[in-house]
Design a protein around this ligand. Structure first.
Ligand SMILES: N[C@@H](CCC(=O)N[C@@H](CS)C(=O)NCC(=O)O)C(=O)O
Length: 197
């Protein structure tokens, strides 16, 4: 339901409700979606700010996109002007509040404006895996990939080599994501939980 319709439905049901004088007070109805926020996304092409743009599109949330097409350095100069201490993409203003961390911004938008879309219910069997992958993206995977990127930067673009037969960090992060299958008790694959005694 659109936020405005939800608000109208709440208002109408409140106006029509009759409560006997001795009835216990009712808990307020659960709010399903907050009012449409003002969202300004400071973006740079091919950067993580795309996550926020994508999500706003999925949720039908209006947003003001600020970036310079074909000019990543210029886009970051604009970001630095509004967020000098940590000029990263995304930098987002949500109802005037400066926010960073794409995962946190996504969670905020989904919690307040998702109306149950795109996220399994907290008590769903899919919720733990959903949460794990949400954190994996900017936790282990990003850390591993950036480690390889820094090596490549320091070695004129050479791909990191395996060390002691182990994959370089970023490749490990990607191959884990590519080969992961949801563990089920008793399965023999490498992602299974350890046996319980
Ligand atoms: N964990 C942050 C990472 C933000 C980040 O580092 N973004 C990159 C672009 S993908 C950036 O702004 N890099 C510029 C820099 O670090 O100076 C997030 O998920 O938003």
């Amino acid at each position: 339901m659109k936020p405005i319709l939800a608000a109208m439905a709440l208002a109408v049901s409140a106006a029509c409700a009759t409560t006997p004088a001795d009835a216990p007070a009712q808990a307020p109805a659960t709010q399903t979606a907050a009012a449409t926020p003002e969202i300004i996304i400071y973006h740079a092409e091919s950067r993580r700010s795309e996550r926020i743009v994508w999500l706003c599109e999925e949720l039908g949330l209006p947003y003001d996109l600020r970036y310079r097409r074909g000019d990543v350095a210029g886009s970051f100069a604009d970001i630095r002007a509004v967020n000098p201490g940590m000029a990263v993409a995304p930098t987002v203003f949500y109802n005037g509040e400066l926010l960073m961390e794409s995962g946190a911004i996504m969670q905020l938008l989904l919690d307040r404006h998702g109306d149950g879309k795109l996220v399994p219910a907290v008590d769903s069997p899919d919720y733990p895996a959903h949460l794990m992958w949400m954190h994996y993206a900017e936790g282990t995977l990003a850390a591993d990939a950036v480690a390889d990127y820094r090596v490549a930067q320091a070695t004129d673009g050479l791909a990191p080599e395996p060390v002691n037969g182990r994959e370089p960090a970023g490749q490990r992060g990607m191959s884990f994501a590519n080969t992961f299958s949801k563990p089920t008790t008793g399965s023999a694959d490498q992602t299974s939980p350890p046996p319980t005694s």
